[in-house]
Design a protein around this ligand. Structure first.
Ligand SMILES: C[S@@+](CC[C@H](N)C(=O)[O-])C[C@H]1O[C@@H](n2cnc3c(N)ncnc32)[C@H](O)[C@@H]1O
Length: 246
């Protein structure tokens, strides 16, 4: 049951209420607040590329990388349909070698929680930094442990009129900081499939160490989608790292 395989074709339908345009605006607000004015941006774990499309439409040279060939297939199809020039790569962020440099990178929707070891997180930040020009920035969000403790993944949408129905159940192990989410889906066309998603609640200190080790000079963290500091009950944080190699 690999994640983001069968789901890829239905992903945008599932995400139809997600405020991606607001996320892109928030990213641009953060860039303005750190006085960084990138030309090229890399969407790390871009999925079907919706934020990369918005960044491209906003005038950036956008590229995206994702582990799932099915998600990248959707992203490429959409870019062609919308006549957008976005480079997409299939690669694992922990080992990627894209042969290109960017001014800034971002990673949204708890994508880096899908990296389930401390070494993996460290490698993902290192490999992202290796694709940034000097002075580059990296902005990403992470689910917190509080989100996992609060069972935020336990969700269901089973109304018979919905084109995609689903039921998700998460089991969190505080020892390993890993949550395993069983996701069952039913489409209106009669397809049924299950995916198992695994995420890790990366400790704040590990994230800061990974960013410092990668060479970012400045690091901030915010309660998600605000410019306020993290709270004990924040279920998502945004990390902002900039001044790479300065
Ligand atoms: C929740 S989705 C978010 C996708 C997109 N960022 C969005 O906002 O819609 C998480 C994505 O992370 C990708 N992913 C997970 N582990 C990865 C890895 N090691 N390297 C690259 N992509 C990865 C998955 O394939 C999936 O597309």
């Amino acid at each position: 049951m690999p994640s983001f395989g069968k789901l890829a074709r239905h992903y945008d339908r599932l995400m139809h209420n997600v405020p991606y345009a607001m996320w892109a605006s928030y990213y641009q607000l953060i860039l303005a607040s750190i006085e960084h004015d990138p030309d090229s941006v890399l969407d790390v774990c871009c999925g079907t590329g919706t934020v990369a499309e918005i960044m491209s439409q906003n005038g950036f040279h956008a590229a995206g990388v994702d582990l799932s060939p099915e998600m990248i297939r959707e992203a490429r199809r959409k870019a062609i349909e919308k006549d957008l020039e976005i480079d997409y790569f299939v690669a694992d962020v922990t080992t990627m070698e894209l042969g290109k440099q960017f001014d800034s990178a971002y990673s949204f929707f708890d994508s880096l929680n899908y990296i389930t070891t401390p070494e993996g997180l460290h490698a993902a930040v290192q490999r992202t930094a290796a694709h940034l020009n000097r002075g580059g920035s990296f902005v990403f969000d992470l689910n917190t442990e509080f989100a996992f403790q609060e069972q935020m993944f336990d969700q269901r949408e089973v109304h018979p009129n919905r084109r995609l129905r689903y039921e998700w159940t998460g089991t969190y192990d505080p020892e390993s900081r890993l949550i395993c989410v069983r996701m069952e889906f039913w489409t209106k066309e009669g397809e049924q499939f299950v995916e198992e998603h695994h995420q890790r609640a990366h400790p704040h200190d590990e994230v800061l160490t990974a960013l410092r080790d990668a060479g970012f000079r400045h690091i901030s963290a915010f309660d998600a989608y605000t410019m306020n500091p993290p709270r004990a009950r924040s279920d998502r944080l945004h990390y902002v790292a900039w001044g790479l190699g300065e």
